[in-house]
Design a protein around this ligand. Structure first.
Ligand code: NAD
Ligand code: IMJ
Length: 257
């Protein structure tokens, strides 16, 4: 049987280590036959990404700190040179200052707010624009990761919740602009997963327990479940879906109590 993504080319931004949701998505896309490009945020993470990528067939590894316009531009220039065109872009990036993710949202500083918006939300629009010339050649799909804290108050998520609300709204506005170029864009709202970005968050272990107790499926979200949903949304199977947020969270978000 031919693979779902045979002959397709994908770039995934946001691999930090083997626990990263971006790495689970990479495995799902590569497993379906896609040729992969991965980016790393800075020199500290380059080694990790290169080691993980050894499992992939002919990967392209590029630097891309999304806070720098010049790095985004250079990343897509090199991607164009190597790949010629692109089918899939995955945004799996979030950052807020550690001190903003504890205590009251009321205490959020101007700079802390700006950083969270810049890295976690604006970067999607900047990347979508940079990738459009490559994605529109044959049509394509963009995917970003979000969390329940965008629409509901989750303790300590604070400024990240506001950034995710902006990210989800950006997905809808971008879907409207990109549809005429045959580019779809969707989001996956994942349940809590123990990654680097969840480490040290107060009450995180209790939250995993609460989900096992309350969610319809009574278990926590596994990275591979997000990877498989990402594969679906980025494939021909989801050709009629754009501007959508798909929850991969054991059904937790439907519960009122
Ligand atoms: P992770 O720490 O593995 O991934 C976050 C990534 O963001 C890292 O690779 C980091 O290098 C990257 N990043 C941060 N600043 C950057 C910058 N300036 N330029 C480029 N890259 C930068 O953690 P994760 O949990 O895999 O997070 C991936 C995505 O999933 C995030 O958008 C996060 O909000 C979302 N998400 C996570 C969970 C969870 O519980 N872990 C749940 C729902 C959604
Ligand atoms: C993050 C903070 C508070 C509560 C949280 C999380 N819950 C979950 C997360 C309940 C699930 C993980 N998440 C969904 C994120 O988007 C995390 C983003 C994040 C995490 C850190 C930690 C280290 C740091 N900055 C960060 N910036 C963004 O310095």
């Amino acid at each position: 049987m031919t693979q779902l993504l045979a002959g397709k080319k994908a770039i995934v931004l946001g691999v930090a280590n083997k626990r990263s949701i971006a790495w689970a998505i990479t495995r799902a896309l590569a497993g379906a036959g896609a040729r992969m490009a991965l980016t790393f945020q800075g020199p500290r993470l380059e080694d990790n990404v290169r080691k993980l990528a050894k499992d992939l067939d002919d990967p392209l590894i590029l630097p891309c700190d999304v806070s720098e316009d010049s790095q985004i531009e250079e990343c897509f220039r090199r991607l164009g040179e190597e790949f010629g065109s692109l089918d899939i872009l995955v945004h799996s990036i979030a950052f807020a200052r550690r001190e903003e993710l504890d205590g009251e949202f009321l205490a959020t500083s101007r700079e802390g707010y700006q950083i969270a918006q810049d890295i976690s939300s604006y970067s999607l629009t900047a990347l979508a624009r940079a990738a459009t010339p490559l994605l529109e050649k044959e049509g394509g799909a963009i995917l970003a990761l979000t969390y329940l804290g965008s629409g509901k108050v989750i303790p300590n998520y604070n400024v990240m919740g506001v950034a995710k609300a902006a990210l989800e709204s950006s997905i809808r506005y971008l879907a409207s602009d990109l549809g005429k170029r045959n580019i779809r864009i969707n989001g996956i709202s994942a349940g809590p997963i123990n990654t680097l970005s969840a480490r040290g968050i107060s009450g995180f272990t209790k939250m995993l327990e609460l989900i096992r107790e309350k969610a319809p499926l009574h278990r926590n979200t596994e990275p591979a479940e997000v990877g498989d949903a990402a594969l679906f949304l980025c494939s021909h199977l989801a050709r009629g879906i754009t501007g959508e947020i798909l929850h991969v969270d054991s059904g937790y978000h439907i519960m009122g109590m």
